[in-house]
Design a protein around this ligand. Structure first.
Ligand code: FMN
Length: 357
């Protein structure tokens, strides 16, 4: 699969997973195995030597560059990029730090990345990949990028709100109603780019892809590649604490649900401890500690909880008051595996090579 100037043997992106669930180890190892590894940038400075307690925004870009450097130690020639969320306050700084730190692509969602080409103008080789959940969003982004910056997407990730983990780009009440058709959207985005812009770039399906059969189905339904998050969590290389991985292995379908994030977007997570998270954050830290999100109901109305700290606590193994984001397949995790093992399952035989072309 080729994205912009960067080519990988296998059409598999490991989705960015904040806070630090996909840090340098996971991203580096996915890149080493021939996929694309993404470091998630949101909250990346927390729990690092760069963060001194009161310098959140100064620590973030420095910690991100440290993380990218360590990922490249694992895969010096690999394709490593970042995931940047439009909803965070320091989006522009994290995008620029990604470029300065050597990211080969930026995958960007949780809002429409309308000004991404402007922020990366000094780094034309960095491939730009928006995440969308509708053909309409792909149209809006492509038109704006072309009109304002003379640039078109190097690939598009189509994320399925009915299955994907983390923040979701669809209204809460529409998720899980059967209205959304993931592969119709993939084909719609593909057709739009081809017909309107004569553009043949990878359109990548994200959400609900767990095993090789899911991967082959995605390719058969018109995707050029897949982005996977949940399957990579229970790997030795995933950067989250063992307790986070254990929570996936212990969970059942009923534990997985939807929350309203203080960012104003729905999200998929393990939901049983959400009341405890809320209680913890409202009682223990009644004021917003950082201002990490542009719009945040915790900041403005002290509602819900502080998402960046709840995700950070989970990453460090606090299963009582940490928020564990996960996709709808998390209940399928039964063991800790390796990134190489996943690549072997997906790609390493004749039949698999045929699927990848
Ligand atoms: C723990 C976790 C954290 C995530 N964090 C982010 C994030 O920071 N930014 C983002 O764009 N997507 C995030 N996602 C979505 C993933 O990048 C990926 O697109 C999605 O999980 C794919 O669906 P799957 O988990 O069913 O494979 C997250 C997903 C998980 C499971």
């Amino acid at each position: 699969m080729r994205i912009g100037k960067h080519e990988v043997p296998y059409p598999l992106i490991q989705g960015g997973m904040a806070v630090r669930v996909s840090g340098y180890r996971l991203a580096g190892n996915v890149a080493r195995c021939g996929g694309i590894g993404l470091v998630a940038t949101a909250g990346i400075g927390l729990n690092t030597p760069r963060f001194k307690g009161d310098n959140y925004f100064a620590a973030e870009p420095l910690a991100l560059k440290d993380e990218l450097a360590k990922a490249y130690e694992i895969a010096p020639d690999g394709v490593i990029g970042t995931n940047c969320m439009v909803a965070v306050t320091d989006y522009a700084e994290l995008v620029k730090a990604s470029c300065e730190g050597g990211a080969k692509l930026i995958v960007s969602g949780a809002g429409l990345p309308m000004n991404l080409p402007e922020l990366t103008a000094d780094w034309p080789d960095v491939a730009l990949v928006p995440i969308v959940s509708s053909v309409k969003a792909a149209e809006l982004i492509t038109r704006k990028w072309h009109k304002s910056y003379g640039r078109l997407p190097d690939a598009v990730v189509v994320e399925d709100p009915d299955t994907a983990g983390g923040h979701l780009g669809e209204k809460l009440e529409k998720i899980g109603t059967g209205e959304y058709d993931q592969y119709a959207t993939v084909r719609g985005v593909k057709a739009y780019l081809r017909e309107t812009w004569k553009l043949d770039v990878p359109v990548i399906a994200a959400g609900g892809i767990w095993d090789r059969a899911d991967f082959e189905n995605a390719m058969a339904q018109g995707a050029d590649g897949v982005q996977m998050g949940t399957r990579f969590v229970c790997t030795e290389e995933c950067d989250a604490d063992d307790a986070f991985k254990q929570a996936y292995m212990n969970c059942s379908k009923e534990d997985i649900g939807l929350i309203m994030s203080p960012a104003g977007l729905p999200g998929r997570a393990l939901v049983s401890n959400v009341p405890a998270i809320r209680e913890h954050d409202l009682e223990m830290t009644p004021t917003c500690p950082t201002g990490c999100l542009r719009k945040c109901t915790y900041k403005s109305e002290q509602e819900r909880f502080c998402i960046v700290h709840a995700l950070d606590r989970a990453q460090r193994g606090d299963m009582e008051t940490g928020l564990v984001f996960c996709g709808s397949n998390a209940w399928k995790a039964t063991r800790i595996e390796t990134v190489q093992g996943i690549f072997d399952e997906f790609f390493h035989d004749e039949a698999a090579r045929a699927v990848c072309g």
